[in-house]
Design a protein around this ligand. Structure first.
Ligand SMILES: [Fe+2]
Ligand SMILES: [Fe+2]
Length: 322
């Protein structure tokens, strides 16, 4: 297979685009705004709660809200390893290519702003939800695990995450006009992507920069690192499903049966894997960057992504009926 050439991004055009985005956390969530719990927080394409047969519609909506909370929590977690990656990279650049330095410093500042944004929305969630809601962590332990891998491996995970954010916005909010969603959550997905659009291009350049200094064996080792981090995150997502189910039982005031647990675990694991893993691993721009590094590495990642493809809930019903 012939790899499609990577687009030629420039630091000057990235800086120009970054300067056009001027929102502040206060604009998106403040003391005059709150979340509307009568509406979904995430589109069904990101929550997959409506196909769960053991829940009634009100309970499916509560699960959607819990998925909204975990979305905030999980993005808060990943931003905590992206920020040090970018800070370390900018330190290695110095001032030789000053536009690159300026662009990465802007990137780091925006990721700090995003951590603040997700925490602010989490506080609004807790104020309105009325029940405890847990997330995996602690964030520092997850960041420490991720950052012990090679910078190129971590940069690939970051590239995956930032292009994945585009799919979250485009495929679920933009193409559906955010219909019936809570307007604050819709606004969060839109504004987050406005800045991630620059980050994804900077990640592409960072991956190219880091790879330039490495031989073939070191590049394959970095792809091993990427895969190890993805598998680690997959375990974390499975644990998050269990926490979500405990939150759901508290919020709906009933204990779910063993069969109901099995159905929710099955559907929600597939959902988390599609939303946070395969949607990044199969993003065409991510695939292009990996193909430029290693054809075999790209094939290995594609094979793993295939195992994370979302299956329709009916597959679960068939499985249990058999
Ligand atoms: Fe971000
Ligand atoms: Fe970002």
């Amino acid at each position: 297979m012939t790899a499609i050439p990577l687009p030629q991004y420039s630091y000057s055009s990235i800086l120009q685009d970054a300067a056009k985005v001027t929102w502040q956390v206060q604009d998106l969530m403040n003391e005059h705004k709150s979340l509307d719990f009568s509406k979904s927080f995430l589109p069904e394409a990101l929550a997959h709660s409506q196909g769960i047969t053991c829940l009634n519609p009100a309970e499916q909506l509560t699960l959607n809200h819990i998925r909204g909370h975990s979305y905030l929590h999980l993005f808060g977690l990943v931003e905590e390893f992206i920020l040090p990656l970018v800070v370390n990279h900018v330190q290695s650049l110095g001032c030789t290519h000053i536009q690159a330095t300026q662009a990465y410093l802007g990137f780091a500042a925006e990721e700090s702003k995003h951590i603040h944004l997700f925490r602010r929305f989490s506080a609004a969630f807790m104020a309105g939800f009325g029940h405890p809601c847990s997330g995996i962590g602690p964030a520092k332990a997850i960041a420490d695990f991720v950052l012990q891998h090679s910078p190129l491996g971590v940069a690939l995970v970051t590239l995956h995450i930032e292009w994945m954010t585009q799919r979250h916005f485009l495929e679920s909010v933009h193409y559906h006009s955010g219909k019936c969603l809570d307007p604050q959550f819709c606004s969060l997905l839109k504004h987050h992507w406005q800045e991630e659009a620059q980050h994804a291009r900077l990640d592409t350049l960072m991956v190219q920069d880091l790879a330039q200094t490495l031989d073939e064996a070191a590049i394959e080792a970095a792809i091993d690192d990427y895969i190890a981090i993805i598998q680690y995150l997959n375990q974390g997502l499975k644990a998050q499903v269990q926490l979500d189910m405990a939150s759901l039982e508290q919020a709906i005031g009933r204990t779910l049966s063993a069969i109901a647990h099995e159905e929710i675990q099955h559907i929600q694991e597939l959902s988390y894997q599609k939303v946070f893993l395969s949607s990044g691993m199969t993003h065409p721009n991510f695939v292009r960057s990996v193909q430029a590094l290693s054809a075999t590495g790209s094939a290995r990642i594609a094979a793993i992504a295939h195992t994370f493809s979302y299956s329709h809930p009916k597959l679960f019903l068939k499985k249990t009926a058999a």
